[in-house]
Design a protein around this ligand. Structure first.
Ligand SMILES: [Zn+2]
Length: 294
């Protein structure tokens, strides 16, 4: 089932779990993600960032491929532009057949963020896509941005932002950051702020920078109202490690087996993660139920 994020995040909000949003640049990753979702009876979101789509998997190739795979499974799969910043990138992915966009104008002044986000939300909604915005700023882990309190999302401002932009879900800054955290550092998340955001907004909230945040933080974030968790760094590292190990074991490894080593490791990682954030088992349809009890 190929669809937007709207209904799956509405359900996640209602039933208090989170859906993985996983960065994907090729067929092996798409297969790992979608087969994991199918086996776990879980919804899933496939993310691609502007950098990734320009340097590797173009939207015109990724979108029909993901759509084809998604139509073959009976769990919801969304395809989302991650951190869209340029108007042209958003239009490009809409034309290519994405089901969702994130407009990230969080580095802009507040009113400019509202203007850009509102414009993209209206265009995306007209075309049947769901929209994610960001307020506050989830920065870079190596820059130490996770500890900069002035970047955190303000709950009162968030209420105004959501009302004026008409977005479907909001990425919040509560103490995580993108990329690898400095060695041995586990970020401290502001759960009190997250609870206030959930109380005041009553809508699906998104956590970026979840890689390296630790299982305890992730589980608590879901319990406090996070419904979409972006995962990139942890998954890419998992795939790379499996491929390096496979090549070290057998230098003349067949090219296809080399790719499959990464794919299988990523699939296991995703399945474990889906269980951790509670999305496993949320979509049991007739056909899968029958198969389950065969
Ligand atoms: Zn992000």
């Amino acid at each position: 089932m190929f669809q937007s994020m709207k209904n799956m995040l509405f359900d996640a909000d209602k039933r208090k779990y989170a859906v993985m949003a996983i960065n994907c640049v090729n067929m092996e990753q798409a297969m790992a993600i979608i087969s994991a979702a199918q086996e776990e009876h879980s919804p899933v979101i496939i993310n691609i960032s502007p950098r990734q789509m320009k340097t590797h998997g173009t939207p015109e190739i990724i979108a029909p491929m993901v759509a084809k795979m998604a139509e073959g499974v009976n769990v919801p799969v969304a395809l989302n532009l991650d951190h869209g910043q340029e108007y042209d990138d958003v239009i490009r992915v809409i034309k290519a057949g994405f089901t969702s966009v994130m407009i990230d104008a969080s580095a802009c002044e507040y009113e400019e963020n509202i203007n850009r986000t509102r414009l993209i939300a209206s265009i995306a909604h007209e075309n049947g896509l769901s929209v994610e915005g960001e307020l506050g700023h989830v920065g870079s882990a190596v820059e130490g941005d996770s500890e900069k309190l002035d970047l955190y999302t303000n709950p009162e401002q968030a209420k105004d932002f959501v009302q004026r932009t008409n977005i479907d879900c909001l990425a919040v800054a509560i103490g995580t950051a993108h990329g690898n955290y400095p060695h041995n550092m586990t970020p401290r998340l502001d759960f009190q702020r997250l609870k206030e955001l959930k109380d005041i907004l009553q809508m699906p909230l998104v956590l970026h920078g979840g890689s390296g945040a630790g299982e305890e933080n992730i589980k608590r974030a879901v319990a406090c109202g996070i419904n979409k968790i972006n995962v990139c760094t942890d998954l890419f590292q998992c795939g790379r490690k499996a491929m390096v190990e496979a090549a070290a074991e057998k230098l003349e490894i067949d090219y296809m087996d080399f790719q499959i080593a990464g794919q299988n490791a990523m699939k296991l990682f995703i399945k474990d993660y889906m269980r951790m954030i509670g999305s496993s088992g949320k979509y049991y349809f007739e056909s899968s139920r029958t198969r389950e009890f065969d």
